[in-house]
Design a protein around this ligand. Sequence first.
Ligand code: SF4
Length: 350
Amino acid sequence: MMRKDVSALIQRAEAGADLAREELACLLSLEGEGQKALFAAADRVRARTVGDGVHLRGLIEFSNICRMDCCYCGIRRSNRRVRRYRMTPGEIVEAAQSASRLGYGSVVLQSGEGDALNPEELAGVVREIKATTPLAVTLSVGERTREEYALWREAGADRFLLRHETADPDLFARLRPGRRLEQRLQCLQWLRELGYQVGSGFMVGLPGQTALTLADDILLLKRLNVEMAGIGPFIPAPDTPLADAPAGTAQQTLNAVACVRLVIPDAHVPATTALGSIHPRGRQLALACGANVIMPNVTPGRYREHYQLYPNKICLREEPEHCAPCVTALVLGEGRFVATGPGHSPRWTA
Ligand code: SF4
């Protein structure tokens, strides 16, 4: 595309026009001056729609036990090198309460897929956190039954994160043996019907992915009308079938972050830890091209090193109280401020 055509396309995207798949693929492939213009447009849209506040969500990785065998994941079932753990309900509640004391407005309870806690136990944890703190609670525990999602919603869970990972059904089936994209989309539909604020997202740089399939990922997020969109680079993990595959790049991932901001202007978009793990300023760069959320890890230090979906993850050795000032400094260093309160979606009315 000519330079003036790229400018016109970015202007249309910034004005909220519906972009065709090929147009999005063009934006996703931009480099140099075009990329700078894309980032600037996404930053303006972010400022206009969700403001300059950066929401901090405390992440509690409460178990690395998983029944699934996703080809890209370091804690997949068949990786025998992983030391498995599960935090007790009391430890999870305590971690959430300490996140609240650190000033975070919400926590994300994340685990591998499976019953590290049975559904009732997890519901009890949600109830206890809601009863003893002002925190919003997000769950990220994979594909479950509608009844389980309903149980946790009734217990008080506000949000659910379930990344679709890739909108290409064949690639999805290859990467997640035994599962189909269709089932994942059914889960996302149930979450929507149950009244959760819904988060989804995808990886950038998966083997077999193209700019067009990435455009499909973004168009799927738009169709799902997600409140939260998490985009991180694919990072090959040792002891997995994709150990030798090339990683996604920070530049590709940032282009995807910027495009998501333009396509779903009011979504909460994290500057992901994975991006910070492949580029020393990955999270800062994401904040400058559309992101408005950071998820500091509040998992107790003794468990953290065993939750490595990918290698060289940052902040593995820190304790929660060390992360808080560090992340605050990062946010202020970008000319932004730490938002207070639960940080619900601007569309949330409950
Ligand atoms: S990506 Fe999630 S579901 Fe898949 S193996 Fe890893 S923890 Fe389990």
